[in-house]
Design a protein around this ligand. Structure first.
Ligand code: ADP
Ligand code: GLC
Length: 473
C-alpha cells in the first residue's frame, strides 16, 4: 500500500486562508478511501490545539546553518489521515498565517524552511512515505533540501517528489542573501536551479527538483506554459511539459452541500428548492436589507480580495450595474485597492450593495446558499472552488473563462465571458439577470448545476494513478 506524505502551510479545518486549505483538508482522506496511507505536515499555528492531538516527538531538532531550531511534533488522526503539527512557537505562534495587518512576516522563508525540514524529519523518523507531495512555495524547500542536503540519506533516497502549483502568482521569491540564511549551497544558485533574475525563487527550485509537477486544473496546466499566465516560469514549464499535468480539484460535499450544511437556516436540494428562499431571506436580513430586496436578483461574492480575482473589472461598471434591479453582497478581505472598490460601491449604492469585510466561514456558506448568482470574474484562476460550490447551492455563477473556471462551468450551468474587459463583464451580468427572470428556465439551470458531481474521489484516483506510475507499479 503506497504511502504519501503531504506538506503544506494550511489545511482545513485547522488553518485556512483560501482554497489550498480545502484541498489539504479533503484530498488526503479521499486517498485513504482509495486504500492508500496518507499524512499531512503543517505548522502548529497560534491556538491550534484540536481535541485528541498528542505529542509524538519532543524536541526534534531542525538544523539550518548551524542554528538549531527546536520543534515538538504533534499528531492527530482525522478520517484515517495522520495530521502532523510542527510546533515551533518562535515561528508560528503569531496573529496570522502569513502576515499581520497586511504585512508579510519578514522571516517567512525561514518559517517555511522549518516546516519543510520538519517534514523530512518526520518522514525519516516516523512515517517513511514513498511519495512526498509538497504544495505551493511554502513547501517548495522540501524537495529542494531532500535532493541536496539529503541526497545520500538512505531513508530518503527512494522517495519520489510531487510538487503541486496551486497558484503560480506566489513563487516565494527572495533576495539572494536569503540563500545563506536557508543554508543553501551557492553552487545551486544559477539559472538552471534556484536563481531567477538574480533572486532566489523557491517555486522554481521545486519545479526542477520534483519528479512530477501538477497543477489544479487541465486548462491552467496549459495556460502556465504561456507568456500570459506563466509569471516568467512559462519557459521552464514548457521544458517540463512531459512531467507536468493538471488534475482538477474536487469538492468536499460533507462540508459544502445545501441539503446538510450546518451553517444554513434551511436546507434544500435539487428535488426540493424551497429552503433556498429562506436562506436568501436570512442573508438579506443579516446584511441589513429590508423586504424590498427579496424580489430582486441577488449577486454574491466570496473571495480573497486580490488582483487575481478580477474585481477591478467591476470598478468602471459599478454604477451602470446598479441601474439594474439587483442586490450585491460581497464577503472578503485583502488588497486595499480591491477593498476600496467594494467600499466605494457600498457608499454610493447603499440601498443595493453591502460588503462584509474579513473572513467568515459561516457567512461564506450563507452567501453560496442565499445568492441567486455567484460572481467570479478572475483574471486567472488555477482551479477555483467557490464556483463549484455555487453549482451545488443552486447559484449559477458568472465567471471568466480561464483556468479551472473554464473547466468547471458551461453555458448551461452558468455564464462565461472570455475577454478581460469591464464591458464583457457587464453584458454577461445583464444577460444573467435577464435569464433569472424566466423562473422555469432558471430553475432548470439551477438543477443542472446541482446535479454535477465534482467529488474528490475522481481527482484522488488521478493522483493515486500518478503516484503508482512514479513508483513503477
Ligand atoms: P483561492 O484559494 O484562490 O482563494 P478558491 O476558490 O480555491 O480561491 O478557494 C477559496 C476558499 O476560501 C473557499 O473555500 C472560500 O469559501 C474561502 N474564502 C475565501 N474568502 C473568504 C472569506 N472572506 N471568508 C470565508 N471564507 C472565504
Ligand atoms: C489557489 C488558487 C485557486 C485554487 C486553490 C486550491 O489558491 O488560487 O484557484 O482553487 O489554490 O487549489
Amino acid at each position: 500500500m503506497a504511502k504519501v506524505m503531504m506538506v503544506a502551510s494550511e489545511a482545513a479545518p485547522f488553518a485556512k486562508t483560501g482554497g489550498l486549505a480545502d484541498v489539504l483538508g479533503a484530498l488526503p482522506a479521499a486517498l485513504v478511501r482509495l486504500g492508500m496511507k496518507a499524512s499531512v505536515v503543517m505548522p502548529k499555528y497560534r491556538g491550534l490545539h484540536p481535541a485528541g492531538v498528542e505529542l509524538v516527538l519532543e524536541g526534534m531538532p531542525v538544523w539550518i546553518n548551524h542554528f538549531r531550531h527546536r520543534t515538538d511534533i504533534w499528531r492527530l488522526y482525522r478520517e484515517g489521515v495522520a495530521f502532523y503539527f510542527v510546533d515551533a512557537p518562535w515561528f508560528y505562534d503569531r496573529d496570522g498565517v502569513y502576515s499581520s495587518y497586511g504585512n508579510d512576516y519578514i522571516d517567512n522563508h525561514l518559517r517555511f524552511a522549518v516546516l519543510s525540514l520538519a517534514a523530512l524529519g518526520i518522514a525519516r523518523q516516523i512515517e517513511h512515505p514513498d511519495i512526498l507531495h509538497s504544495h505551493d512555495w511554502q513547501a517548495a524547500l522540501a524537495p529542494i533540501y531532500a535532493r541536496s542536503w539529503f541526497a545520500n540519506d538512505p531513508r530518503l533516497a527512494a522517495l519520489k517528489h510531487v510538487f503541486t502549483i496551486h497558484n503560480l502568482g506566489y513563487q516565494g521569491r527572495f533576495g539572494k542573501q536569503i540563500l545563506w540564511e536557508l543554508g543553501l549551497d551557492g553552487s545551486q544558485f544559477h539559472p538552471g536551479e534556484l536563481e531567477y533574475f538574480g533572486d532566489l525563487n523557491l517555486m522554481k527550485g521545486a519545479i526542477i527538483a520534483a519528479d512530477f509537477v501538477t497543477t489544479v486544473s487541465p486548462t491552467y496546466a496549459r495556460e502556465i506554459q504561456t507568456a500570459e499566465h506563466g509569471f516568467g516560469l512559462d519557459g521552464l514549464l514548457r521544458d517540463r511539459s512531459a512531467r507536468l499535468t493538471g488534475i482538477l480539484n474536487g469538492v468536499d460535499y460533507a462540508e459544502w452541500d445545501p441539503a446538510t450544511d450546518r451553517y444554513l437556516p434551511a436546507h434544500f436540494d435539487a428535488a426540493n428548492l424551497e429552503g433556498k428562499a429562506a436562506c436568501k431571506r436570512a442573508l438579506l436580513e443579516a446584511m441589513g436589507f429590508g423586504a424590498e430586496a427579496h424580489d430582486r436578483p441577488l449577486i454574491g461574492v466570496v473571495s480573497r480580495f486580490a488582483a487575481q480575482k478580477g474585481f477591478d473589472l467591476l470598478e468602471p461598471i459599478g454604477d451602470e450595474l446598479m441601474k439594474e434591479d439587483v442586490t450585491l453582497i460581497a464577503l472578503g478581505s485583502g488588497e486595499p485597492h480591491c477593498e476600496w472598490i467594494f467600499h466605494d460601491l457600498t457608499d454610493r449604492h447603499h440601498d443595493k450593495v453591502r460588503v462584509w469585510h474579513g473572513y467568515n466561514n459561516g457567512l461564506a456558506h450563507l452567501i453560496e446558499a442565499g445568492a441567486d448568482i455567484f460572481l467570479m470574474p478572475s483574471r486567472y484562476e488555477p482551479c477555483g472552488l467557490n464556483q463549484i460550490y455555487s453549482l451545488k447551492y443552486g447559484t449559477p455563477p458568472v465567471v471568466r473563462a480561464t483556468g479551472g473556471l473554464d473547466d468547471t462551468i458551461d453555458e448551461l450551468t452558468g455564464f462565461k465571458f472570455g475577454e478581460y474587459s469591464p464591458a464583457a463583464l457587464l453584458s454577461t451580468l445583464r444577460h444573467a439577470l435577464q435569464c433569472w427572470r424566466d423562473r422555469e428556465a432558471w430553475e432548470e439551470r439551477m438543477r443542472l448545476g446541482m446535479g454535477k458531481d465534482f467529488s474528490w474521489d475522481r481527482s484522488a484516483a488521478e493522483y493515486a494513478a500518478l503516484y503508482r506510475r512514479l513508483l513503477g507499479e
